[in-house]
Design a binder for this molecule. Structure first.
Ligand code: SF4
Ligand code: SF4
Length: 171
């Protein structure tokens, strides 16, 4: 869940500080803390990478067979083209856990291309099968992003084996 930022309050506080001649001495400790807080609030958490955890013991989590946009009897994806057959073990970045659609006559929207949604075939798209998954149940990619770009990322690196994110890369 993204944190709600408060840019208006911060801007007003800074404007008042700027017109106060007392501030010629430089930013106060309070200003510095506020700036640090603002910078921290702008760092991305792992929702920016679409990190998802399974609910309960869902088998086939993060794959078309358990996606709410999968038209199972057709079998197609509701957002992709009717020309593209979709299997239960495919996946993409638009996945959400839900009951597949049980209406064979429902035509897909053709709203996106496979490339645009990161469509991937026949792959168990879960952390346990990703090159970045470490034995201590952490994500090496998240660790590296935090370490190399600390001003941009504040990612919780603990991940579950059956979870997934949009940066999945098969081993
Ligand atoms: S291609 Fe993506 S959106 Fe479509 S059914 Fe599969 S996971 Fe869901
Ligand atoms: S291990 Fe892979 S799929 Fe899991 S969070 Fe890290 S990059 Fe994403």
């Amino acid at each position: 869940m993204r944190k709600i930022q408060e840019p208006v309050r911060n801007t007003v506080t800074r404007s008042i500080a700027e017109i106060n001649p007392e501030n010629d001495r430089g930013p106060s400790v309070g200003d510095q803390q506020e700036t640090a807080e603002a910078e921290t609030s702008q760092r991305r958490d792992r929702s920016a990478l679409g990190y998802l955890e399974p609910k309960g013991t869902t088998v086939g989590f993060a794959q078309c067979g358990t996606c709410g946009l999968f038209i199972r009897p057709r079998p197609r994806c509701y957002v992709l083209s009717d020309q593209l057959m979709v299997d239960e073990d495919d996946s993409c970045t638009q996945y959400f856990l839900g009951d597949p659609i049980d209406e064979p006559e429902l035509e897909p929207m053709n709203a996106a291309t496979p490339q645009e949604v990161g469509f991937i075939r026949d792959t168990n798209t879960r952390c346990e099968n990703c090159v970045s998954f470490a034995d201590d149940f952490s994500c090496r990619l998240f660790q590296e992003l935090n370490a190399k770009l600390p001003g941009l990322f504040n990612l919780d690196v603990g991940v579950r084996p059956k979870a997934c994110c949009n940066a999945f890369q098969p081993q």
